[in-house]
Design a binder for this molecule. Structure first.
Ligand SMILES: *Cc1c(COP(=O)(O)O)cnc(C)c1O
Length: 394
């Protein structure tokens, strides 16, 4: 429900909440309750039959969670949204809703490690096959589509190689073939990229990352057409049960307010660190969508507001050289996850992508010497100095 034509910076603070419906509370109240009281047997009957709006039980909906969902739907320019207990709860609810035994999924070459694990599970246990595609050209996509292809699943920028997929191009082919396009928009947040406006059908977030922004919540989000969202809400969310807690939804509402301010700083810091790393004699390659020599730079300019706050780089040497580098860091923390105020570094080959077999990692472009940096909100000079002293020791 959109009342005003607000800009993004205003929507993150106000969309989806009406203080006059909540005793004037400036901040959305936390409805920390498992269930809701009916005034009569008939009211309970009507609510279960869908003949009367209202809450029933917090796995089926909760007022605090609803404010978050309405706000995020606005931010992603979608019709409706659902919140989950983790990004993977969101990914699995969507993929299970869209597929049945015998179906096929086309997936971008390179996905989050657990999404890779989920695809493997769907194949081994339920006979839902998948292929990875570089998605570089129209022909490549068209050749990868079979009569049983149920959806196209994309990450862009791809974790951790920072390759991009041209969303408008994919959406156009998919529309012609009537296949839904699902995109994991975690790396961008809706501030940098709104895939629904480019013709994609379903957006997923690990809200654990930039949307929360404070490293204290695990959560997931799904945004799309009302019909699809209602279907997920009635099936794979309700019956599998990966719902968000009201308190976590409340924390996300709090984190979201500063999303544009934080993203601007993440992006600015990442840009400066890219400049520092790219000419460093001990660094081999830097992978950053803001690099004007990046093969996908034109795609970045077309579909992203800014290049983002993440970059990966390879060190000259071996896996052990990469590990030695991160062991020397003092300010930067060795941790998976991203999008927090703290700068985090991780080693994909042995951490987030350890579940991916070495040959598949190679195809995805994940080298043993690669490190991924989630650039935080600290003074960029301090992050640079920490990297510099650690690199000097390898
Ligand atoms: C973290 C992440 C996920 C999984 O999210 P969780 O909240 O950890 O379950 C999925 N996709 C991407 C791109 C991620 O970075």
């Amino acid at each position: 429900m959109k009342e005003k034509n607000w800009q993004f910076e205003t929507e993150v603070i106000h969309a989806g909440y009406h203080s006059d419906e909540c005793q004037g509370s400036l901040i959305p109240p936390l409805y920390q309750t498992s269930t809701f009281v009916f005034t009569s047997a008939e009211q309970g009957e009507k609510r279960f039959a869908g003949q009367e709006n209202g809450f029933i039980y917090s796995r089926l909906g909760n007022p605090t969670v609803k404010i978050l969902e309405d706000r995020v739907a606005e931010l992603e320019k979608g019709e409706a949204a659902l919140a989950f207990s983790s990004g993977m709860a969101a990914v699995s609810a969507v993929l299970i809703a869209l597929t049945k035994t015998g179906d096929h999924i086309i997936c971008s070459q390179g996905v989050y490690g657990c999404t890779f694990g989920l695809l493997k599970l769907l194949k081994e246990k339920y006979g839902i096959s998948h292929d990875f595609s570089k998605m570089n050209s129209i022909e490549e996509i068209e050749n990868g589509i079979y009569p049983n292809t149920a959806c196209i699943y994309i990450e862009t920028p791809i974790n951790p190689t920072m390759k991009l997929v041209d969303l408008e191009m994919i959406a156009k082919i998919a529309k012609e073939k009537g296949i839904p396009v699902v995109i994991d928009n975690t790396f961008c947040s809706p501030y940098l990229q709104t895939p629904l406006t480019l013709g994609c059908d379903i957006v997923i977030h690990s809200a654990t990352k930039y949307i929360c922004g404070h490293g204290d919540v695990l959560a997931g989000l799904v945004i799309g057409k009302t019909e699809f969202i209602q279907e997920v809400s009635r099936t794979t969310q309700k019956d599998i049960g990966g719902i968000i807690s009201p308190f976590d939804a409340w924390l996300l509402l709090r984190g979201l307010k500063t999303l544009p301010v934080r993203m601007d700083r993440h992006c600015e810091n990442a840009n400066r660190l890219f400049e520092f790393l790219k000419d460093h004699p001990k660094i081999d390659k830097v992978y950053f969508p803001g690099d004007s020599e990046h093969p996908d730079y034109a795609i970045m300019q077309k579909q992203m507001k800014k290049p983002g706050g993440l970059l990966s780089f390879t060190v000259k040497g071996t896996k052990e050289t990469a590990q030695m580098l991160i062991n020397q860091l003092e300010l930067i923390k060795i941790a998976v996850s991203l999008g927090d105020a703290e700068t985090l570094i991780q080693h994909p080959a042995t951490m987030t992508h350890a579940v991916v077999p070495k040959e598949d990692r190679k195809k995805m472009g994940i080298e043993d010497t690669m490190l991924r940096l989630s650039v935080g909100l600290e003074a960029w000079e301090d992050i640079r100095d920490d990297l510099e002293q650690a690199i000097r020791k390898i």
